[in-house]
Design a protein around this ligand. Structure first.
Ligand code: FPP
Length: 248
């Protein structure tokens, strides 16, 4: 049994060339799920983490190449301190478990966001997970933690300006690709599909640059209730979209 559950070699009903290469998920609705049950918000996050595990395994099984999940934004620090503390505890326990169990998996784990916001122990766990999985050949899982897309773009701009100042980059040669290559997702394809459960129509500072031509699917289910059949439904909606990238 691996960290993400039993391997079942699932096959998507969508033909491989209509499957998105890269899926982003805004894991929203944990708080409302808990409230509906009279539970503390932290119970919603615990349930949401189980869904994260299940959906990640499923994406890997059906042949998705990149999955980016939004776990904690640069703005989430504004939440009550007990909720933030519960989330940090949850991240730690997952990353500790991942370290011992990820071995059986081919998933490459990456963290996107500003790691310096976390304590030493969590930062160490993030680095160890990245190091121990980097030579695997399966799906790349980006876990966005202390991630904000505006922050990411500001960092990219600063880094490009600093290279220009040193004469390493010519300003006249800066293009779209230069920006992409200075983001946390450098070298990865842009997301084809972003799924937001819980019925909110917002991007919430997630992959702003990368989602220029992404297809969005908003679903009514709260994240802890999200099933593999809901992912199938999103994939089905996506496979029927006509992507034109500004053309006709
Ligand atoms: C948003 O729902 C969810 C979060 C801020 C936390 C998401 C974290 C997880 C699902 C845990 C993942 C675990 C790992 C190890 C990556 P919300 O709290 O804003 O819900 P609400 O809108 O209903 O209040």
């Amino acid at each position: 049994m691996s960290f993400f559950g039993k391997k079942k070699n699932k096959v998507s009903k969508i033909t491989p060339d209509l499957l998105p290469k890269h899926i982003g998920i805004i894991m929203d609705g944990n708080g409302r799920w808990a409230k509906k049950r009279g539970l503390p918000r932290s119970a919603g996050h615990t349930a949401g983490a189980k869904t994260f595990r299940k959906i990640t395994r499923y994406c890997s099984d059906i042949g998705i190449k990149y999955l980016t999940v939004y776990a904690f934004s640069t703005e989430n620090w504004r939440r009550p301190s007990d909720e933030v503390a519960a989330l940090m505890k949850l991240f730690k326990s997952y990353l500790e478990e991942a370290l011992s169990d990820f071995k059986d998996d081919s998933i490459v784990v990456r963290f996107i966001g500003d790691k310096s916001g976390f304590d030493d122990n969590l930062r160490q766990l993030m680095t160890e997970n990245e190091q121990s999985s980097k030579n695997r050949n399966g799906m790349v899982l980006n876990i966005a933690m202390n991630y904000g897309s505006r922050d990411e773009i500001v960092r990219a701009v600063k880094s490009i300006c600093s290279k220009a100042e040193k004469g390493e980059i010519k300003i006249s040669e800066i293009d779209d690709n230069t920006i992409s290559e200075h983001l946390y997702t450098a070298g990865q394809p842009d997301p084809d599909l972003i799924i937001r459960p819980s019925g909110e129509y917002r991007i919430s500072n997630f992959l702003l640059w990368q989602s220029a031509y992404t297809e969005f699917v908003i679903m009514d289910k709260l994240w802890p209730d999200f099933q593999t059949s809901d992912l199938d439904e999103a994939l089905n909606i996506y496979s029927n979209r006509n992507r034109r990238y500004g053309g006709i």
